[in-house]
Design a protein around this ligand. Structure first.
Ligand code: SF4
Length: 429
């Protein structure tokens, strides 16, 4: 009987890449990926710790599995394992708590467990890049990890503590990973890491790497995932005109107030951020810019907040992730005294969400009458859904082939909900 392994992944695309690769490794070792934890021999929870809520969500996943009677092997890994190792080991004494550095060695750890062996230290070392190209994944896009860790130390951020210093994967390894997953049938690869614009390996920077990726002589498109708006060079902007690279960037702003950006120790000014947006819209007036904004950062005044609100209008964001500032111990911001009370934070967050939904609908309405190349990732009896090159969701009331790029013409936009889909028809060209 094949052993079953179940997964639950929280947080970012980096975690998704790692879970996808682990799932593929387990399948290679003869395991079957389980639908849910209940009947799994092994259950891997890949946690996130970026906010207090992420910790709570991670714990509730583990608690739920235990309450639902999971009696198999439990592995808690990911950034919360790095951040709260002792707490997790005390709270879940029957679970293995595996940090990010050793995460890639989890299949060996599981095999040793079932063979009642102790895993030799050199085998449990893992390595942040020791992952196999993922054939079996939970996604229609293939995540490609190019970098890990961060040296920026923004004052609110716990990631450098849990993901370590910035390290970059070798160019050859990345190119080979992409060739393999395109060989497995993936049509879109998502370039991911913690701070990818700071990629540097043997003298090759982020633009140099992107150039080599688009030069791979295979049919696929490239999506760049979350990126910090610093160290963009002219080559980078030139490359964004390449037909393989999708016209969308998740460009983290966090605040539009220069004084708050300074307190956050961000590596750019709002003025510079605006110039980057202008350059992107010069490349393509519909270029989709999505972003993260923190409200209620210590010391954020009404006028600081108002500047972030007006940035939504000024820059025409396609989507905004709004975060209420979440105090993380061991960060510099945790020692800042001008704390904004929870009710005020909630009020600002609600205002930001309303305004960003308005900006999103306004941005998406521009696509009516346009044709988009849509990668279908969901197929139901009477409709199919996917994302176009601008990373806007598109729905069509037809059954289309999954994991295939379809040219669809946008005829309208859904009303209601906080993520209105574009409505499409397949018009014979
Ligand atoms: S750039 Fe700043 S926010 Fe992003 S991971 Fe690094 S420290 Fe955190």
């Amino acid at each position: 009987m094949k052993k079953k392994v179940g997964f639950k992944t929280l947080g970012c695309r980096l975690n998704q890449f790692e879970t996808d690769a682990l799932a593929s490794k387990f399948v290679g070792l003869g395991y079957e990926v389980a639908e849910d934890s209940r009947n799994a021999d092994v259950f891997v929870v890949n946690t996130c710790t970026v906010t207090n809520q992420s910790d709570q969500k991670s714990r509730s996943v583990v608690n739920k599995a235990i309450n639902q009677g999971h009696t198999g092997m439990m592995i808690i890994t990911g950034c919360m394992a790095n951040h709260h190792k002792e707490q997790l080991e005390k709270r879940y004494p029957n679970a293995y708590v595996v940090n990010n550095e050793q995460k890639s060695a989890i299949p060996q750890l599981v095999e040793a467990h079932f063979n009642k062996e102790i895993l030799p230290a050199n085998e449990s070392k893992g390595g942040v890049f020791s992952y196999v190209p993922a054939a079996e994944t939970f996604h229609t896009r293939s995540m490609i990890k190019i970098q890990d860790g961060c040296d920026n130390y923004c004052t609110f951020c716990i990631i450098p503590k849990v993901r370590g210093r910035a390290v970059s994967r070798s160019v050859d390894d990345i190119l080979e990973n992409i060739r393999q997953v395109v060989g497995f049938g993936y049509k879109e690869v998502v370039i991911t890491g913690v701070n990818i614009s700071r990629y540097l390996s043997d003298g090759v920077g982020f633009s140099g790497l992107l150039k080599q990726i688009v030069d791979i002589d295979l049919d696929f498109r490239v999506r760049i995932s979350s990126i910090e708006p610093d160290s963009f060079d002219d080559d980078f902007f030139k490359l964004l005109e390449h037909p393989k690279i999708t016209p969308h960037l998740h460009l983290c702003l966090q605040s539009a107030s220069e004084s708050v950006l300074l307190q956050m120790r961000r590596m750019y000014t709002y003025k510079l951020y605006k110039r980057i947006v202008e350059k992107l819209r010069n490349i393509n007036p519909l270029f989709n810019i999505t972003t993260d904004i923190i409200v209620g950062f210590p010391g954020e005044t009404e006028s600081d907040f108002a500047q972030s609100l007006s940035a939504l209008e000024e820059l025409g964001f396609g989507h905004v992730h709004t975060f209420k500032y979440s105090k993380r111990e061991d960060t510099r911001a945790a020692r800042m005294t001008k704390v904004i009370d929870e009710r005020e934070k909630s009020k600002r967050s609600e205002l930001m969400r309303q305004k960003s939904l308005h900006a999103k609908i306004k941005y998406r309405q521009q696509f009516i009458g346009q044709s988009l190349s849509v990668l279908i990732d969901t197929v139901k009896d009477d409709f199919s859904k996917g994302y176009g090159e601008y990373y806007v969701p598109v729905k069509i009331n037809q059954k289309l082939e999954k994991n295939h790029l379809h040219t669809l013409t946008i005829t309208g936009i859904e009303t209601g909900g906080d993520d209105p889909c574009l409505i499409a028809e397949r018009i014979a060209l």
